[in-house]
Design a protein around this ligand. Structure first.
Ligand code: ADE
Length: 250
């Protein structure tokens, strides 16, 4: 998978490509990460990339010509890539969207706007999809593009090391991940649940299932409304409701 980020702040994104899982994925040739400086495609000697909005109003708008040239240069290098505009007006990014983008595309070109946004004619002619990472406005799309690259890269087979795994992640099957513990066995008087030390794989699996359900119920009940409970989960809920009943009767 090729990631290309079109930005006015390439250093910001380059340092992201140089660290952690992303840099290991690049070293292993499983992904590539490049930045293109939109300013390199400006058309005048002042390197202008923005201008005042037609119709008046505050702020500046990113000019179409440098953006067009930068997008075309990126597409020339990675022709099969999807062009994604980072904007708070876009489709909402979530784990499902991460899977979709990871499986459907050979490459992604992220257009990161600054100022009041980009000229609409670029959005309507050269952009394949607009994506938002949430209902809040940032000063540019760079952080959003890094959020998306990070969550997609870790889904690509081999990018996460063998000791890491995307299999038990939160949001897979609309459930939050179970609670995790590591050494020491006792920390500030708090003990690791016995079952996790037992070596009994089936008991550990059941404990984790229950932990995952409990967390989802307490923290994100909306996820449980989205998908049906399976037989094992129903059994767990029935047991809980019987236990709760005893409190009500007392
Ligand atoms: N650019 C500014 N705010 C953004 C957001 N919430 N999502 C994506 N890109 C953005």
């Amino acid at each position: 998978m090729n990631f290309t980020v079109l930005t006015l702040f390439p250093k910001l994104v380059d340092s992201f490509f140089e660290h952690g899982m992303i840099s290991r994925g690049i070293e292993k040739n499983l992904i590539t990460g490049h930045c293109i400086n939109i300013r390199d495609f400006s058309c005048d000697r002042h390197n202008t990339v923005d201008d005042r909005p037609y119709g008046g109003g505050s702020g500046m708008v990113m000019k179409p010509e440098p953006l067009q040239a930068a997008i075309l240069a990126a597409k020339k290098k990675a022709p099969e890539s999807l062009v994604v505009l980072m904007t708070p007006q876009g489709n909402r990014f979530n784990q499902e969207k991460a899977f979709e983008l990871a499986w459907r595309n050979k490459g992604l070109i992220f257009v990161c706007g600054r100022y009041e946004g980009i000229d609409e004619r670029i959005a309507t002619t050269l952009v394949d999809e607009e994506i938002s990472i949430g209902d809040y406005v940032m000063t540019g799309g760079e952080l959003a593009s890094m959020v998306i690259i990070d969550s997609i890269a870790r889904l690509i087979p081999g990018v996460l090391g063998s000791s890491e795994s995307a299999k038990s992640d939160s949001f897979i099957d609309d459930r939050l991940e179970y609670a995790q513990y590591t050494r020491p066995e006792e920390f500030e008087g708090l003990k690791v649940p016995e079952v996790l030390l037992s070596g009994n794989h089936e008991k550990i699996r059941l404990w984790r299932k229950e932990s995952s359900l409990k967390r989802t119920f307490l923290k994100r009940v909306d996820l449980l409304h989205k998908s049906r409970l399976n037989a094992e989960e129903k059994k767990i809920f029935k047991r809980w409701s019987q236990e709760l009943e005893t409190f009500v009767r007392e």
